[in-house]
Ligand binder design. Structure first.
Ligand code: PRP
Ligand code: ZN
Ligand code: MG
Length: 210
């Protein structure tokens, strides 16, 4: 029998809830400290602690059998993976936000403006649907400070509590997509039996929470 691998976020919004879910499934393992891979002592499974952005590709390429990641990351990386289960945590939305004192009041006014984001693919599709031509500036983090630095007119980033927007003098302006954590896998994996057993454990943990 082969050992399954599941990829979860190393640190960030989904890490704690992902670990909690797996522990509630009765799996015994050490939480991430410095080792990026943790064996489960009572199930043929290893946990890989990765950057969330890398998880869809690891699953698509067969490095990991399963992954827990936000739908937003899956859409952005445009990989072929199967959605196995919605997990009900990590709910957030991808929004365009503008400075509080901006002159931008309608979506059409984004034409010709610049928007900083770590989600150029999703934002690009959204703007195209809205017939907006804007300059997408792709940066890898701290997106919320870019209007204040004069780097962009608007941003597009994840909003969960809204605290980060607020503390950077920004207000939400348009909803691009909503997202939550999902369990992903790949079609046609060997190890289907083990995968099914794990999915069933996850589903009963979710049911117990209802
Ligand atoms: C998101 C987003 C914001 C923050 C918003 O980052 O990039 O910075 O959360 O949360 P708030 O509305 O509750 O203030 P995330 O944790 O997804 O990390 P990552 O971008 O590094 O993957
Ligand atoms: Zn990320
Ligand atoms: Mg972020």
């Amino acid at each position: 029998m082969k050992t399954l691998k599941i990829a979860i976020q190393k640190s960030g919004r989904l890490n704690e809830k992902s670990v909690e879910l797996l522990k509630n499934c009765g799996l015994n393992f050490e939480n991430y400290k410095s080792s990026l891979i943790s064996p489960v002592s009572n199930f043929p499974l290893e946990i890989l602690f990765l950057r969330d952005d890398d998880i869809p590709e690891y699953v698509q390429d067969g490095i990991a059998d399963l992954g827990i990641v936000g739908e937003n990351v899956i859409q952005e990386t445009e990989v072929k993976v199967s959605y196995l289960q919605r997990l009900g945590f990590g709910k957030c939305s991808l929004k365009i936000a503008v400075p509080n004192n901006t002159g931008i009041e309608s979506i059409g006014q984004l034409n010709g403006r610049s928007i900083a984001t770590t989600y150029p693919v999703i934002l690009g599709k959204f703007l195209k649907e809205q017939n907006i031509v804007a300059d997408i500036r792709t940066i890898s983090g701290s997106v919320e400070i870019s209007p204040g630095l004069g780097l962009s007119d608007a941003i597009c980033d994840l909003v969960s509590t809204g605290g980060t927007l607020k503390s950077n003098g920004l207000k939400p302006f348009a909803d691009v997509m909503s997202s939550e954590a999902v369990l992903i896998g790949r079609a046609g994996s060997e190890n289907e039996d083990l995968i099914q057993e794990l999915i069933q454990r996850i589903q009963s943990v979710l049911r117990a929470k209802e």
